[in-house]
Design a protein around this ligand. Sequence first.
Ligand code: AMP
Ligand code: ZN
Length: 132
Amino acid sequence: MAINCQKGPSPMAIKEIIMEDCLFCKIIKGEIPSSKVYEDDEILAFKDIAPAAPVHILVIPKKHIKSLVELEKEDEALIGKIYTVINKIAKEQGVSESGYRVIVNCGKDAGQEVMHLHFHLLAGTQFGEKIV
Ligand code: AMP
Ligand code: ZN
């Protein structure tokens, strides 16, 4: 009887394949153009291609994190930094006083389409009915 000793790809190899195929990882690498508004060694922010408000910016970690579900203990400082960056961008966009909304869609029921953690910064209009 033949025994199949072939192992599948390692978890690291699978993650690399996913990253190669990830839209936002391609934006980070500059393989897909974006309208950048902020960048440092850990975080990138760029204008959403289909804005849902006059100001609609996506703030993302450069590290490929699939969604909030995938967050690890070591990511806590990074997430804190993302909120500081959101605050800074809101000031630069002139919406700190008027107000803004930050949305993170996580998973299927929330309608997450791009599986690379991202924070929507929305502003520049009076938003309609609130969910919460
Ligand atoms: P979500 O539904 O929370 O996963 O949000 C994904 C967001 O990515 C949507 O608001 C899209 O309009 C936006 N998006 C998709 N492709 C691009 C792109 N190439 N550049 C900028 N934003 C994009
Ligand atoms: Zn990615």
